[in-house]
Write a protein that binds this ligand. Structure first.
Ligand code: NIG
Ligand code: ZN
Length: 394
């Protein structure tokens, strides 16, 4: 390795999660007493502290025995919105069910907001996520529901992340009440062409009360025809066709997956579609949790994400999702940490994040703890000590 004065050696790492089984033990590719060299935004070298190449870097950064992981990959978030719905949350905690009806409140507030106010919210939530160790975040539109408002939502989102998603088919907006097919036509014929240049993904809310399988298929196919890759909100509030539709269209991910049948699990296991579980939403809506064990034991790739949004999951903490996954969904700490990092990367079809190996993006987090186990063991505690984004300490 050539000497690079502007590269940094992170050494004295007590426990390193690489997510590369060729680099270390088990599926998390664990190394103890490890070191990483970062430079020009990328990971340049990974290995045991005893084998650091001579002159590997100009600067040394001592981790003092802390655990280091890939930054979290939050593959499901709705960050472009205005207002909040704390009263709706309180009513739910008093027994009211979640039906998705509150989405209309956020649509009205978002339409009335200035671009500047919407951008400030995205910026605040991305920064909140950073402080919890999120270095890659996906961001959906879906609270605009008009051509102009979906377009500006994506234009604001793309300033903060390349992982932007057109969720025009979130709910039928009030002006189309009783005419869902007219709205679907508007989405397919006008919103998709206008918004596709600003999105990587096309998403739909496939659920009773939102859009049915045929309407969702039409929207997803319209997006695919414009170069977008599908992902699906499905099986959140009850059993439904979301999982099967996602598999049929080769979606990158189907998200929520709270109510599944054996056939859904088998279809996912035979597919390349990731199941993204959103335990924050189930927590905040007092829903049941997905059967993560059935999915994992069948061999399905599982991701964890926050679903940050003002209705069902107003949170940005991936560590909280890891803790919920372990405590409530019976995932092992290894499975949960893998799902929050490599799983999220798989859900976004990214090979450069969610992993610490030579050539990957140098997105790393250091915990105020000796092991990744503490993420589940110390729920609610701020353990994120350092966040390195593309090799820069934030
Ligand atoms: N389920 C659909 N969309 C969001 C909730 C949106 C809202 O209630 O504002 C979700 O993923 O949970
Ligand atoms: Zn969502």
């Amino acid at each position: 390795m050539s000497h690079r004065r502007d590269w940094t050696l992170l050494d004295n790492i007590g426990c390193l999660v690489t997510n590369d089984p060729e680099l270390g033990r088990g599926p998390l590719g664990l190394l103890v007493d490890a070191a990483v060299v970062v430079g020009e935004g990328l990971v340049r070298w990974v290995g045991p502290s005893t084998r650091i190449p001579e002159g590997a870097a100009g600067t040394r950064h001592d981790l003092q025995g802390r655990a280091v992981l890939p930054g979290f990959v939050d593959s499901h978030a709705h960050l472009v919105f205005a207002g909040e719905r704390a009263e709706e949350f309180a009513a739910r905690m008093a027994g009211a069910p979640y039906t998705g009806g509150g989405i209309a409140t956020t649509i009205a507030a978002t339409r009335a907001a200035t671009d500047r106010a919407l951008a400030a919210t995205v910026s605040r939530l991305v920064a909140e996520g950073w402080r919890s160790g999120t270095t890659t975040v996906e961001c959906k539109s879906g609270y605009g529901q008009s051509v102009a408002d979906e377009l500006r939502s994506l234009q604001i989102a793309e300033v903060y992340t390349p992982e932007t998603t057109l969720l025009a088919a979130h709910v039928v907006p009030p002006e189309f009440a009783g005419r869902p097919d007219d709205y679907v036509r508007l989405v397919c014929e006008e919103m998709v062409p206008a918004c596709a240049p600003h999105a990587r993904w096309i998403d739909v809310f496939c659920e009773r009360g939102a859009f049915d399988a045929d309407q969702c298929r039409a929207v997803l196919q319209a997006g695919m025809a414009h170069g977008l890759t599908p992902r699906v909100h499905g099986n959140q509030l009850g059993p439904g066709p979301g999982v099967q539709l996602a598999v049929e269209l080769g979606a990158a991910s189907v998200d929520h997956v709270t109510y599944t049948t054996a056939a859904d699990v088998a279809a996912l296991a035979a597919s390349g579609t990731v199941a993204t579980l959103l335990p924050g939403a189930d927590f905040c809506t007092r829903n049941r949790y997905p059967d993560a064990r059935a999915l994992l034991d069948a061999g399905v790739t599982v991701a964890l994400a926050t679903d940050c949004n003002p209705g069902t999951s107003y949170l940005t903490s991936m560590p909280f999702c890891v803790a919920l996954a372990v405590r409530e969904m019976h995932m092992s700490p290894e499975e949960a940490v893998g799902a929050a990092t490599a799983g999220g990367a798989a859900a976004l079809r990214r090979t450069d994040v969610g992993v610490v190996r030579e050539g990957a993006r140098a997105d790393l987090i250091a915990l105020d703890a000796p092991s990744y186990l503490h993420l589940a063991y110390r729920p609610g505690v701020q353990l994120i000590r350092e966040v390195w984004q593309e090799g820069m300490l934030m």
